[in-house]
Design a protein around this ligand. Structure first.
Ligand code: SAM
Length: 293
């Protein structure tokens, strides 16, 4: 086994050798603690029969741990300056494919087809760039990729919102957008001291596990998300008020919204934050004929 990239000393050496300067605008906070990396990877339950998809390898700290545990790793890196560094640091491993691309623009489904067709078990494992955590997660979820789940490091505040349960302050449309696809749990909180440079916010590792069955079947997924976003537009307002002011022509369709709420068995004076995903699903389907047909 080779010496870990993610020790403070080795990281410093690598940065110095390549004269690398961090770009804050790319969310470059590298991990410098091998124990944290081992823990993150252990939550992914990888075997040599599994593949891992990583976003943002940096200088390869997490990538090499993934390569040790998984059969193959595909890792998307936007910063061209890191390509020669990775070529060097990851040279002991022959099961890593670095894709030079903005993951938000990449055709991930196609890359899975090309690179990972031998693997039935695929996990996303990443220390995400914090400035684009939510768009990356939503992209990977909504593209319905053939993945078992994700183990991803992000700002603690975002991890808490994603995993929040109804009736809490953190619960909102992001919780529903993610939990519709996958079970969400915060499995680790991580101190700032394990990063170089240290970020301004606390971090956490979120584990997402695909549901065997979706919690609710809906006619139109994107309409479900429109209804949930509308319901949380002004958190202190009732669900009826929010739907009226947010849905197209909602003001004029008060009667129809009331009928749909009754059909879904939801009291119009409740607030969005008290509704479960199942209730939002029933509501979206009850509203559908009045707004989508
Ligand atoms: N995995 C490394 C680690 O844990 O030390 C680095 C993690 S660092 C938080 C985030 C990485 O994502 C950086 O290497 C950054 O250049 C890269 N990155 C930022 N935006 C990206 C994007 N849109 N697509 C792909 N990679 C991106």
């Amino acid at each position: 086994m080779h010496k870990d990239i993610a020790t403070p000393l080795r990281t410093q050496e690598i940065l110095k050798k390549y004269g690398f300067s961090f770009k804050k605008s790319l969310g470059q906070n590298f991990l410098i603690d091998p124990n944290i990396l081992r823990n993150i990877v252990s939550y992914a339950d990888l075997t040599k029969e599994s593949a891992a998809i990583e976003v943002g390898p940096g200088i390869g700290a997490l990538t090499e741990h993934l390569a040790r545990d998984a059969g193959k790793v595909v890792s998307f890196e936007i910063d061209q300056r890191l390509l020669p560094v990775l070529e060097d640091t990851l040279s002991p491993y022959d099961n890593i494919k670095i894709v030079h691309s903005d993951v938000l623009k990449a055709d991930v489904a196609n890359i899975i087809k090309e690179e990972l067709s031998d693997f039935e078990d695929i996990m996303v494992v990443a220390n995400l760039p914090y400035y684009v955590t939510t768009p990356i997660l939503l992209k990977l979820l909504m593209e319905n990729l053939p993945i078992r789940g994700m183990v991803v490091m992000m700002q603690k505040e975002v991890a808490d919102r994603i995993s929040a349960v109804p009736g809490t302050k953190a619960y909102g449309s992001l919780s529903i957008a993610v939990q519709y696809y996958m079970k969400a749990e915060v499995v680790m909180t991580v101190p700032k001291t394990v990063f170089m440079p240290q970020p301004n916010v606390d971090s956490a590792v979120l584990r997402l596990t695909r549901h065997a069955e979706p919690p609710v079947e809906v006619i139109d997924e994107s309409f479900l998300f429109e209804v949930t976003r509308s319901s949380f537009a002004q958190r202190r307002k009732t669900i009826l008020n929010n739907l009226q002011s947010q849905l197209p022509n909602g003001k004029a369709k008060k009667e129809q919204i009331l009928i749909a709420l009754t059909e879904a068995n939801i009291d119009p004076t409740r607030r969005g934050e008290t509704l479960s995903i199942v209730e939002f699903g029933l509501l979206a389907d009850a509203l559908y004929p009045y707004f989508k047909k």
